[in-house]
Ligand binder design. Structure first.
Ligand SMILES: Nc1ncnc2c1ncn2[C@@H]1O[C@H](COP(=O)(O)OP(=O)(O)OP(=O)(O)O)[C@@H](O)[C@H]1O
Length: 843
């Protein structure tokens, strides 16, 4: 079970305590968000005002630099404009105010034209006619360069515009990233197109402000009319004529009518809705700034776009994934295609791929191959899934995939054990997709949209990662949707998301799923159609901390279903309780083998025994040494509790190391952001608690340090498994105090060796001591309490309370506290520490 005390102040249970903290964190997060939003809107307003002032000088935003307003807007836009970020907006966010204009004035945006702006008659542009020269001089040179064709590259496979927009139902506005973000580099548009711009759209108008002249001059790529066209057509494919298009040397302004982007994100919207929308909400939001300096790489043909990079965060994160769902095609319709022909085509493509042989040779030459000779196209899965796998570069199956797929596809209940980092996620996602496809064939009641496959994960990070992977795999299955349901987000938003975009595959964490089951009867009804249940990290989910929740969830699911359990560790106890969810004749697939080493063979494992007082110094010493040796280092430091993690993070940050933190006390948005950052970068150190122990796939981690004894053998294996993934090499160091050596018995069968203790020189020690000193006393106190709770929950240590209290005091001293902080009487009582020498009770 996860770390942390089992008793909490106020007589709260672990879960009540956790929820209370989540609530507090949410409040804090809301405050921060509000502040950021205000800043963001204020910045945008000033940017707009500056661009409207006649003869206005270049706004301060034009100055590049990290603190420029443009850079700031860009940073904020990145946060608020990302697809899915509509969740960050709520009803309290006021519109970007603008006086209501009478209809006749709305038709004449030219009234507020910036100085030197010229109007374009859209009808003429549409019909290909050369526009009349503008009144008051000027010529249409730029327009003559405009091409009449539309860039097909800017459209999706179904020829629908690929405008990344999000619609906020309640607020009635949408946000759109500029269309050229989506424009394939193959279309030859120049990098200058990435200048700052805004897209606004409300129920009645679409506005865009952008720098048109340079692209036009340079490429003649028909940019200007396309802006308006894209704006007008986006969303539902219906054409609408822009009311006006005008431009200056700096900006192109377009005002388009009346279909909004958000339509396809709001399937229940109707034209009547639009009629009653107050015009004051016409111009709700202006966002989006992109600049050339940080996106220049996108201009290179073949590079993945910024959007793509943002959206795909899973193991398969560099692959294209499905962004929005297209109209549901019946399965028969899809099957109508010549499947045999497609299989042949795919086989041909696969055969031609050099990657096949190269990949295999690469791993075989290293002595250990996690890959087999079996290819996905031979596994009996849908050709469209094979196509998505091929796109992602997944050709051959891994050992666990080869072993588990046939039994899973037979429809049996299966318990699978396979080493960390060997591809278990794909091994359960593929049967899940097959099961959904089969269910959709027979599902005829279109009023209720059942959830056919449910994947349960113990942590939010893991759930997000699995959702992203699933989205990659269902890329070509247009009727299949994947959603996640995790804690730390707003319940109501979840609810709305699930209702407006029903999915067939749901990835969830148990607590939040249970909330929905217990509070939404319509949700429970959807679960009644469930065909397949997956428990990822099954041993953890069936452990005491989650078992009650899992029991309740299992009770609310149909009995007639297939259940798959996956984990890298399957202790005997879990094997026994797995009967709770598996049927009697389930199959146990063990790719590790009885008596075989459960950790990746290419990971070098060492342990160091160091007095507890020097643990922080030693972590710093080990990190410095590793950074000197490894150019592209990527390190994870596991700490025993969230508060100790926070303490370690602040200390290392002060020591000028490039460090990040993730633990349960951090708001979910922050956790997700850091997780993404760490996944996509190297030369970074992540200090974390148990939330990152299992399943999370951070590629190319070079070192894992476990500071302090882990709660159990399984924790040790899973933490170590964050390195040496996909058969690569890595290193793991366990740092324990002399009195923690008892733990070595638990891992005696693993190839772990004692390492000589490196010297810590006086200067280095002093530096660390200085950094420890600067940490806030409240954090130190919280770290002490958490430390005490953690070790009190470990039976081997908590047996001797006097020793525990003494060790806790020494820990307190090591983090710079002269005497241990006081405990609440109730807490001390619950922990069995009342009256123990060294424990101070609050009066
Ligand atoms: N068939 C495949 N071909 C190539 N790469 C693969 C294949 N299957 C999985 N991978 C890659 O292997 C890595 C590990 O996969 P995954 O995260 O599913 O491992 P896991 O076994 O679930 O690990 P853990 O036990 O830590 O949860 C990922 O980067 C994934 O992209």
């Amino acid at each position: 079970m996860g770390g942390g005390p089992r008793t909490f102040p106020g007589g709260l249970s672990k879960w009540q305590h956790k929820r209370m903290h989540e609530k507090l964190a949410r409040g804090k997060e809301r405050g921060l968000l509000r502040h950021e939003k205000q800043l963001y809107l204020a910045r945008l307003r000033s940017e707009i005002r500056a661009s409207h002032l006649p003869g206005a000088p270049a706004s301060p935003a034009d100055h590049a630099g990290p603190t420029s307003s443009r850079a700031h807007i860009r940073a904020l836009a990145d946060r608020f404009l990302r697809p899915g970020a509509e969740d960050l907006w709520n009803d309290d966010d006021g519109p970007l105010r603008r006086a209501r204009l009478p209809p006749h004035q709305q038709q004449q945006p030219a009234r507020s034209l910036p100085s030197g702006a010229r109007m374009v008659d859209w009808k003429q542009v549409e019909s290909g006619e050369k526009p009349k020269p503008p009144r008051g001089g000027g010529d249409w040179k730029d327009w003559e360069e405009l091409d009449s064709g539309e860039p097909t590259a800017g459209r999706g496979a179904g020829n629908e515009p690929r405008l990344p927009a999000a619609f906020n139902q309640r607020r009635g506005y949408g946000t759109a990233a500029p269309w050229w973000w989506q424009w394939s580099p193959g279309s030859g548009t120049p990098s200058q197109r990435k200048e700052a711009s805004f897209g606004f759209f409300g129920p009645k108008r679409c506005y865009s402000v952008m720098p048109p002249c340079s692209p036009c001059r340079e490429s003649g790529a028909a940019l200007m009319p396309l802006v308006a066209r894209q704006l007008a057509e986006a969303g539902n494919g219906r054409k609408a004529t822009p009311l006006a298009l005008f431009y200056t040397q700096e900006r192109l302004y377009s005002v388009a009518a009346p279909r909004r982007f958000g339509q396809k994100w709001r399937p229940d919207s109707s034209d009547e809705d639009e009629e009653v929308m107050p015009a004051a909400r016409d111009l709700r939001l202006a966002k989006f700034v992109a600049s050339r300096e940080d996106e220049s790489e996108d201009d290179e043909p073949g590079e993945t776009s910024a959007i793509r990079r943002k959206w795909s965060t899973a193991a398969l994160r560099n692959c294209d994934m499905k962004r929005d769902r297209r109209p549901l095609k019946s399965y028969e319709e899809e099957s109508d295609d010549d499947i045999t022909g497609r299989i042949q085509e795919l086989r041909e493509e696969i055969r031609n791929r050099e990657v096949l042989g190269a990949e295999r040779r690469r791993y075989e030459s290293r002595g250990e191959s996690v890959f087999t000779n079996k290819r996905f196209d031979e596994c009996g899965i849908s050709p469209l899934t094979v196509k998505a796998l091929t796109d992602a570069g997944y050709i051959q199956t891994t050992v666990v995939q080869e072993a588990a797929l046939p039994v899973c596809l037979e429809g049996k209940d299966v318990l699978v054990k396979a080493k960390t980092g060997t591809g278990k996620s794909v091994a359960f996602l593929l049967p899940a997709i097959e099961s959904v496809l089969n269910a959709m064939k027979s599902h005829t009641n279109h009023r209720v949209s059942p959830i056919f496959a449910l994947v349960l994960c113990p942590t939010r990070e893991l759930a997000v990662q699995v959702t992203a992977e699933a989205n990659v795999l269902v890329k070509y299955h247009h009727g299949v949707g994947v959603q996640s349901l995790i804690g730390g987000t707003r319940f109501k938003l979840d609810q709305r998301r699930l209702e407006s975009d029903p999915c067939q595959i749901l990835v969830a964490t148990p607590g939040r799923l249970l909330d929905h089951i217990e509070n939404r009867s319509s949700f429970s009804v959807r679960l009644m159609g469930l065909k397949l249940l997956v428990l990822d990290e099954a041993d953890h989910l069936l452990d005491l901390g989650f078992r009650k929740d899992i029991e309740k969830i299992a009770d609310s699911l149909p009995r007639q279903r297939q259940t798959l359990l996956f984990s890298a560790t399957v202790p005997k106890e879990v094997r026994r309780v797995s009967q709770m969810v598996l049927n009697k004749d389930h199959v146990f697939v063990d790719t590790v083998g009885l008596g075989a080493v459960e950790t990746p063979t290419k990971v070098q494992q060492q342990y160091l025994v160091v007095p507890h007082e020097l643990h922080f110094h030693m972590v710093h010493r080990l990190l410095r040494e590793h950074i000197d040796q490894e150019v592209d280092y990527k390190v994870i430091v596991f700490c025993t509790t969230a508060m100790v993690t926070e303490f370690m993070y602040i200390m290392l940050r002060d020591l000028k190391l490039n460090v990040r933190e993730i633990h349960s006390r951090k708001p979910q948005l922050y956790r997700t952001r850091i997780s993404e950052e760490f996944r996509d970068s190297n030369r970074l150190i992540l200090v974390t608690s148990d939330v990152s122990t299992r399943g999370v796939n951070y590629p190319d981690v070079t070192l894992v340090i476990q500071a302090g004894v882990p709660p159990g053998r399984e924790h040790y294996i899973h933490r170590l498994g964050r390195t040496g993934r996909e058969g690569k090499s890595g290193k793991g160091i366990l740092l324990i105090a002399p009195w923690e050596e008892y733990f070595l018995k638990e891992i005696h069968d693993l190839p772990i060796q004692k390492a000589p203790v490196p010297q810590i020189d006086q200067e280095m020690k002093q530096k660390v001591d200085d950094s420890i000193r600067i940490v806030d006393m409240s954090i130190k106190e919280a770290a002490y309490h958490a430390w005490l709770g953690y070790y009190n929950s470990i039976a081997d240590i908590s047996r001797d309370k006097v020793m525990l209290a003494d060790l806790a005091s020494r820990f307190g001293v090591s983090i710079g506290m002269e005497k241990p902080p006081m405990l609440f009487r109730k807490t001390a009582l619950k922990m069995g520490l009342k009256g123990v020498p060294g424990i101070r009770i609050r009066k």
